[in-house]
Write a protein that binds this ligand. Structure first.
Ligand SMILES: CC(C)=CC(=O)SCCNC(=O)CCNC(=O)[C@H](O)C(C)(C)COP(=O)(O)OP(=O)(O)OC[C@H]1O[C@@H](n2cnc3c(N)ncnc32)[C@H](O)[C@@H]1OP(=O)(O)O
Length: 542
C-alpha cells in the first residue's frame, strides 16, 4: 500500500471513530442518572429491552440513532429522538422493534420522535415486516404540541397507520412497559396483541391529576389504568406480565408461532465475501470530497467475490451500471464514477457529474433491473448534473428527467448508500430520500446539500450585491467577505452527515464495512413484500 493510501486510511478512520464516539454518547439516552432511575423502578432501559428481545448473536441494524442530534438543545436535547428503532430477528423472524426511551422526558414525543415512528411504520409497511412496540411514553411533548399534534405527518398518523397496517395483514405486537398516556394509549391497543407489565405499566386517556381536575374523581393511577385493571376489568390488554423480561419472553413466544407469507422472489445464491478486503475502503476514499478515485475499487470491496458484470462499459462512463451479488443476493448497481473519464466521443468528463449519456444509460439499466426483478443499489457520490451551454443544448434536462422518471417509477426495492457527495439534483436522480429508498445510509464522511458551501456563498453574495446595486449602494470588500464567510460556515455545518441523520434524511451513518450487512438485511426484508405494481415509465422524455 502506498503512502497516500495510508494517509487516507488514517483520516477516514478518524472520521469513523468520531461518529462512534458520538454514538456511544447518544446511546446513554437521557443520561446515566435517568437510566438508573428506570432500573430502580424495576424496569429495563429501552436498549436493554431490545437487546434481551433480539436473538443472541444475530445481525441487527439501528434506524435513526442520530435522530434529534444537536436539536432541541433549549429543551435539554432528544437523543435518538427519544425512541430506539432496530431491525433484527426475534425467534428467527426478521422484524422491526420500536422502543420508547423513558429516560428522555419520560418518552414524550418531540417532532422528530413522530417522524421516526412514522419511518418505522413505513419500513414495516413497505416490507411487510412484523412490528413490535415496547411502549413507555408520556405522549405528546407538550411544549411543542403545535409541531407534533395535528398535521398529516404528526402523532395522529400513527394510529391511522396502526389501523391500515392491521388491515394489510402486518403483524403488530405491543408491550406496555411504563406509562402510556393520552393519545399514546391507542398505539398498543390498536396492535394485534398487547401485554402490560404489572405495577410499572399503565394506560389511560387522562391521568389521576387530570381526572380530579376534570370530573372531581379521586383515584390513583394504578387503580385507574394499571395491569390488573386492564387485564381483569376493562379488557383493554390481553396479558399481564410479571416484569419486563416476562413481557419480552411472551413476545418471543408469539413470534415463534407466526407463519410465512408469499415472497417477492429476489434471486439469492450462496454468499461469498469480496476478494478485495472491505477495510480497503478507508484507504481508497479520499479525505477530501473534491478528490477523484476509481469507483470500481469501491464496488470490488462490496460485492461477492469482487465480481460484477458491467452494463455498457464504453458508454456514459460517468455512471457505472453493473449487476453483481451482495451476500448472495442478485443486485443492480448504479454508481457515480468518481474519476475523470473519456466519453465515447473523446471528450473528458468530470468524475461525480451526471452527463446526458450517463443519465441515458442509467435509465435503461434501471428499466432492465425492473424487468428482471433485481433490487437496485445506488452508490451516491455525486456533485450534480453537468452545467453550461454545451450540456444544456445537448438536452441534459430531458436526460436527467428520464433518469428521475425511472428511479421514481421503479417497482423493485431501492437502497441508497451515500459514499461521498450528495449534491443538488444528483441526490434526486441517484435515489435520495424523496425517491423512496427502502433504506438510505451514509458513510461517515458523506456531504449532503443542495450545493457546496463555497458555491452557495458565491451565488448568494452575487444576489445580495446585485440587490444593493439596484438600490444604488456599493458593497465593500469587507462586507463581501463577511457574507461569504457566514454562508460558508452555515453550509458546512448543514452539509455534515450528522446533520442529515439528525433529521432522518438518512436512516443511519454506518461503518462502510457494514454496507453489505445493511444491503443484505434490507433485501431480506424487501423479499417479504411481493411486487404487485407493474413497472410503467409513463411519458418518457426521449
Ligand atoms: C396524542 C394526544 C392526543 C395527546 C397527548 O399525548 S397529550 C400528552 C399527555 N401526557 C401527559 O399528560 C403525561 C404527563 N406526564 C406524566 O404524567 C408523567 O411524566 C409520567 C407519569 C408519564 C412519568 O412520570 P415520571 O415520574 O416517570 O417522570 P417525570 O419526572 O414526571 O418526567 C420526566 C421529565 O419528562 C417531562 N415530561 C413528562 N411528560 C411530559 C410531556 N408530556 N410533555 C413534556 N414534558 C414531559 C417532565 O416534565 C420531566 O422533565 P424534567 O426532567 O425536565 O423535569
Amino acid at each position: 500500500m502506498d503512502l497516500e493510501f495510508n494517509k487516507r486510511e488514517d483520516q477516514n478512520r478518524l472520521r469513523l471513530s468520531e461518529i462512534n464516539r458520538l454514538l456511544s454518547e447518544i446511546k446513554k439516552g437521557g443520561g446515566e442518572k435517568r437510566l438508573q432511575k428506570l432500573r430502580d423502578e424495576g424496569k429495563m432501559t429501552a436498549r436493554e429491552r431490545i437487546e434481551y428481545l433480539l436473538d443472541k448473536n444475530s445481525d441487527s441494524i439501528e434506524i435513526g440513532a442520530f435522530a434529534g442530534f444537536e436539536m432541541y438543545q433549549e429543551h435539554g436535547g432528544c437523543p435518538s429522538g427519544g425512541v430506539v428503532v432496530v431491525i433484527g430477528y426475534v425467534s428467527g423472524r426478521q422484524c422491526i422493534v420500536v422502543a420508547n426511551d423513558a429516560s428522555v422526558k419520560a418518552g414524550a414525543w418531540f417532532p422528530i420522535t413522530g417522524k421516526k415512528n412514522l419511518r418505522a411504520q413505513e419500513i414495516a409497511m413497505e416490507n411487510r415486516l412484523p412490528i413490535i412496540y415496547l411502549v413507555d411514553s408520556a405522549g405528546v411533548y407538550l411544549p411543542m404540541q403545535d409541531e407534533i399534534f395535528p398535521d398529516k405527518e404528526h402523532f395522529g398518523r400513527i394510529f391511522r397507520n396502526n389501523a391500515k397496517m392491521s388491515s394489510m395483514g402486518i403483524i403488530q405486537i405491543s408491550a406496555v412497559m411504563g406509562s402510556c398516556v393520552a393519545g399514546g394509549a391507542y398505539l398498543p391497543i390498536m396492535s394485534d396483541e398487547a401485554m402490560i407489565v404489572d405495577k410499572t405499566g399503565s394506560i389511560f386517556l387522562a391521568g389521576s391529576y387530570l381526572v380530579k381536575a376534570a370530573i372531581g374523581e379521586s383515584i390513583d393511577n394504578e387503580t385507574l389504568g394499571g395491569a390488573t385493571t386492564h387485564c381483569s376489568i376493562s379488557g383493554v390488554t390481553d396479558y399481564k406480565a410479571k416484569d419486563d423480561k416476562d413481557a419480552l419472553d411472551r413476545i418471543k413466544n408469539i413470534m415463534k408461532s407466526i407463519g410465512t407469507n408469499e415472497k417477492a422472489g429476489f434471486d439469492r445464491i450462496e454468499s461469498f465475501p469480496p476478494k478485495e478486503n472491505p477495510d480497503n475502503i478507508f484507504g481508497i476514499m479520499p479525505a477530501s470530497r473534491a478528490e477523484q478515485y476509481d469507483t470500481f475499487e469501491i464496488i470490488k470491496c462490496l460485492v461477492d467475490n469482487s465480481e460484477y458484470e458491467e452494463y455498457k462499459p464504453d458508454y456514459g462512463k460517468s455512471i457505472v451500471c453493473a449487476t453483481a451479488r451482495v451476500d448472495g443476493w442478485s443486485v443492480g448497481i448504479v454508481a457515480n464514477q468518481r474519476k475523470l473519464v473519456k466519453s465515447g466521443k473523446g471528450e473528458m468528463q468530470f468524475g461525480g457529474v451526471i452527463y446526458s449519456d450517463s443519465a441515458d444509460k442509467a435509465t435503461r439499466f434501471i428499466a432492465n433491473c425492473n424487468q428482471r426483478k433485481i433490487p437496485l443499489i445506488f452508490l451516491q457520490d455525486v456533485t450534480g448534473f453537468m452545467v453550461g451551454s454545451k450540456s444544456e443544448h445537448g438536452g441534459i434536462i430531458k436526460d436527467g428527467a428520464k433518469m428521475v422518471n425511472a428511479v421514481s417509477n421503479s417497482v423493485v426495492p431501492k437502497f441508497t448508500i451515500i459514499t461521498g457527495n450528495s449534491y443538488g439534483a444528483g441526490n434526486y436522480a441517484m435515489c435520495g430520500k424523496a425517491y423512496d429508498p427502502r433504506l438510505i445510509v451514509a458513510w461517515p464522511w458523506a456531504d449532503l446539500a443542495v450545493m457546496g458551501g463555497a458555491q452557495a456563498a458565491k451565488v448568494l453574495a452575487q444576489i445580495q450585491e446585485s440587490t444593493l446595486k439596484k438600490q444604488g449602494k456599493e458593497i465593500s470588500e469587507e462586507e463581501h467577505n463577511e457574507i461569504l464567510d457566514t454562508i460558508s460556515k452555515k453550509y458546512q455545518k448543514q452539509t455534515e452527515a450528522t446533520y442529515s441523520a439528525a433529521r432522518l434524511w438518512t436512516d443511519a451513518i454506518i461503518n462502510p464495512t457494514d454496507t453489505r450487512k445493511w444491503i443484505s438485511m434490507g433485501i431480506e426484508a424487501a423479499n417479504n413484500a411481493p411486487i404487485t405494481e407493474k413497472f410503467n415509465l409513463g411519458v418518457i422524455q426521449v
